[in-house]
Design a protein around this ligand. Structure first.
Ligand SMILES: [Zn+2]
Ligand SMILES: [Zn+2]
Length: 227
């Protein structure tokens, strides 16, 4: 959590206030229902606060869904859906900015550069059908390792290609650390595997987090090579 709980409570009541003032009456309940989903999510709260403060085009609509477009090193791009519109929002360090209507408004150059997109058109295309974006935050919390199925914070099943080596930060199933640590050329029996597992446990294994994928940055290149 980025914000201490008290600040977060304040944020939530501030958003509720903006909803009361800015959203047409019949949409206030759905607006607050969505808010309830994100009470523990400072990124979503920042985006909602900014949305209801700004009320793009003064449309007085409720946000009924938040989609995740992309995120990179603490900068998150979200899509806020209302009944009839979709807005792109960038959130960084608890600050949100509405970038405009998705696809319709030109994406700022600095955002395109940051997320390595060559043009507004290419960025929009890369998002795929906008209504099919994954719901932000809510499900990611329980996300499981795509390879071995453990949950965030749990240790991978040994041999999982997503597990990161605590010695070299490489891909544990591919790096050479197991041979180096056991001082052998190859791992031939269960005893060696157990011995390695003990070494691994005392070193401290790297549990799964949702940033890790089979193509975790830095694990796909160079780790297959012998050092
Ligand atoms: Zn795994
Ligand atoms: Zn290693």
């Amino acid at each position: 959590m980025l914000l201490p709980e008290i600040t977060q409570d304040k944020l939530v009541s501030e958003i509720e206030l903006f909803i009361e003032y800015g959203v047409v009456e019949e949409q206030r309940i759905p607006a607050k229902e969505l808010l309830q989903k994100y009470l523990d999510n400072p990124i979503a709260l920042a985006a909602l606060l900014e949305f209801y403060k700004v009320l793009p085009e003064a449309r007085e609509e409720a946000v009924n869904r938040i989609g995740r477009i992309d995120s990179l090193q603490g900068v998150t791009l979200l899509a806020l859906y209302t009944a009839n519109h979709t807005y792109t929002v960038v959130v960084t360090e608890g600050e949100a900015h509405i970038l405009g209507e998705f696809a319709k408004d030109e994406t700022p150059r600095e955002i395109l550069n940051y997320f390595a997109h060559s043009s507004h058109e290419e960025f929009i295309k890369s998002c795929g059908p906008i209504n099919e974006l994954k719901e932000f935050g809510v499900k990611e919390k329980a996300a499981a390792c795509p390879a071995c199925g453990v949950l965030v914070g749990e240790f991978h099943l040994l041999g999982c290609p997503v597990e990161i080596c605590p010695w070299c930060d490489g891909q544990l199933c591919k790096c050479n650390c197991r041979f180096e640590k056991l001082d052998v050329e190859s791992l031939d029996d269960d005893e060696q595997v157990e011995e390695f597992q003990d070494l691994l446990d005392s070193k401290g294994r790297v549990p799964y987090d949702s940033e890790q994928t089979p193509a975790y940055p830095g694990t796909s290149d160079g780790l297959d090579k012998k050092k």
